[in-house]
Structure formats: structure tokens, C-alpha cells
Design a protein around this ligand. Structure first.
Ligand code: BTN
Length: 269
């Protein structure tokens, strides 16, 4: 079902990335887990691994990523990972750059909730999980992306997730893969050359938290409250608190919008 789309992605990317390959599997536990296993076994060529169905998809902060809702495999959702060996560069902000590639390649109505959730109309539509493992002097980086394609009415989540079909009625997992795959490859190459600074303005334009009261949990910013005021050149979330602007840079942090505002920041933030 996704094989044709995989070939289209490969044709678009291979010119700029000669060792790049795309592979589609009907079922796997997790595309992230599989690429991490392969890297530890010495297979480190750049690979985009697409699964029509995941049986043990993983999300951030140790959560599950469930994506099958009843339609045929490869229809409800798009699940794939890009595995790539990168030089020893600063990876801060990579997840934001990847999120930006996802939203810019799919639809203008999509926004980003720091660090890397893709939202539509106040609900999560896609998620990104980045994992790394050492391979000699290099680091093997696995960038996993899960995108809801069809709406899922029955779910145990408090807020049912959004789906790409909500804004693109004719889209499919295949069309989403054709859009996001090349954009992701290009974003990773640009990130390696220029770091997050090259994506900062683009992220600000899609930043859903900017100007909103937020509370953080976990990481280096336990229970911090304030007004989100954008991201810095490393991708750290800036929060205007009673103690001034704090930069939050841990991938272990979860941020949730608060209501009402914890305090009123000075004008101009
Ligand atoms: C999150 O929002 O918590 C991140 C979700 C990431 C899900 C994708 S689906 C493809 C890849 N394989 C996984 O097991 N997880 C990622």
C-alpha cells in the first residue's frame, strides 16, 4: 500500500543523499526500536523505515503510541522513522526542526507545541520521538514520526486526537509520506549544516504556545509557571516567569497550556 509512495520519496531524496534508502514493512513492533537494533548491530546507512502497522509503538516520556483504529493497516495512520549517522553536532532543536518540516510539508493550519507535538484545532495530530545511540565517533539518530490520518472516534484519551483528514479530506498515509519524507530528509541535512538557528523563524511562525500561560513538569524546570515567549537559537523554550525569562531545554519536560494566566508579563514579551 505504501510501496509506491516510498519509491517516490526515494527518487526525490537520493540525488542529495546517495546512500539513502526507503523500506516498507507490513508489521513491526516499532520503527524506532528496529532502527536502533540495526544500528547496534552495525547497520548505519541512512534508512527511512515505514511500517504499515506497529504493534508496540512508543512515544515520548515512556508513553505508548497507539495508531491502529480499525481500518486497514497503513490507512489510519502513518508511522515511520529515519535513521541516520550524524557527526558530533549539537542536536538541541532537532526535534523542533523536524516538527517544522512536518507541518510545513502538510498544511498551513497545523501548529507546533514545544518541543515537538503537531497540533490541529487544539488537539494533537502527530508526534515525534528522537532517540540516539553511539556508533564509533558518530551518533546514530533515529527520528520517529507518527501521524494520525483518519479520525479515531473511540479512544480512552480525554481529548480525541486530531487527524490529517480533518483538514485534507482526500489525504492518505501515502500522500502524507510523499510530502513529509523529502521534507524530513532536507530538514536533517540543513540542520547538520546550520543547526536550529536556520529554523528558528519558521518555528516562531507555527509556535502555538507563544504568548500563552504554561506550566512545565519534569526535566530541569520542575513545576515552572509563566508565559511562553518563543524559543531561542538553540530551540530552548523561553518562559517569562516571576523570576525573569527562563530557558527550558530538556526533552524530558512536558509543557501544558494553563488557564487562567499565572501572572501578567511586561508588555512586549
Ligand atoms: C510522541 O508524541 O510521544 C511521539 C510519538 C512518536 C510515534 C512514532 S510512530 C513511528 C516511530 N516508532 C515509534 O515507536 N514511535 C515513533
Amino acid at each position: 500500500m505504501l510501496q509506491g509512495a516510498a519509491e517516490t520519496v526515494w527518487e526525490q531524496v537520493v540525488g542529495q543523499w546517495p546512500d539513502f534508502s526507503v523500506e516498507v514493512v507490513p508489521e513491526i513492533d516499532s520503527t524506532n526500536s528496529e532502527l536502533m537494533r540495526r544500528a547496534r548491530a552495525g547497520q548505519t546507512a541512512a534508512t527511512l523505515l515505514v511500517a504499515e502497522r506497529q504493534t508496540a509503538g512508543r512515544g515520548r516520556l515512556g508513553r505508548d503510541w497507539r495508531s491502529v483504529g480499525g481500518a486497514a493497516p497503513g490507512v489510519d495512520s502513518l508511522t515511520f522513522s529515519l535513521g541516520v549517522a550524524l557527526p558530533a553536532i549539537d542536536l538541541s532543536g532537532l526535534s523542533l526542526a523536524v516538527g517544522l518540516a512536518v507541518v510545513e510539508s502538510l498544511h498551513p493550519a497545523l501548529g507546533l507545541k514545544w518541543p515537538n507535538d503537531v497540533w490541529l484545532d487544539g488537539r494533537k495530530m502527530a508526534g515525534i520521538l528522537i532517540e540516539t545511540t553511539a556508533v564509533g565517533a558518530q551518533r546514530f539518530v533515529v527520528i520517529g514520526i507518527g501521524i494520525n490520518i483518519l479520525p479515531r472516534p473511540e479512544t480512552d484519551l480525554r481529548t480525541p486526537p486530531a487527524a490529517l483528514r480533518d483538514v485534507l479530506p482526500d489525504c492518505s498515509a501515502a500522500s502524507a509520506l510523499c510530502a513529509v519524507g523529502p521534507a524530513l530528509a532536507q530538514a536533517v541535512q540543513r540542520f547538520v549544516e546550520s543547526g536550529f538557528a536556520a529554523f528558528q523563524a519558521g518555528f516562531q511562525a507555527r509556535d502555538l504556545l507563544r504568548g500563552k500561560p504554561v506550566q512545565t513538569q519534569g526535566g530541569n524546570a520542575l513545576e515552572l509557571r509563566g508565559i511562553a515567549c518563543g524559543v531561542d537559537a538553540t530551540g530552548a523554550l523561553l518562559v517569562h516567569t516571576e523570576r525573569g525569562v527562563q530557558a527550558i531545554n530538556s526533552s524530558e519536560v512536558s509543557v501544558r497550556p494553563l488557564s487562567p494566566s499565572p501572572f501578567t508579563p511586561p508588555s512586549g514579551t
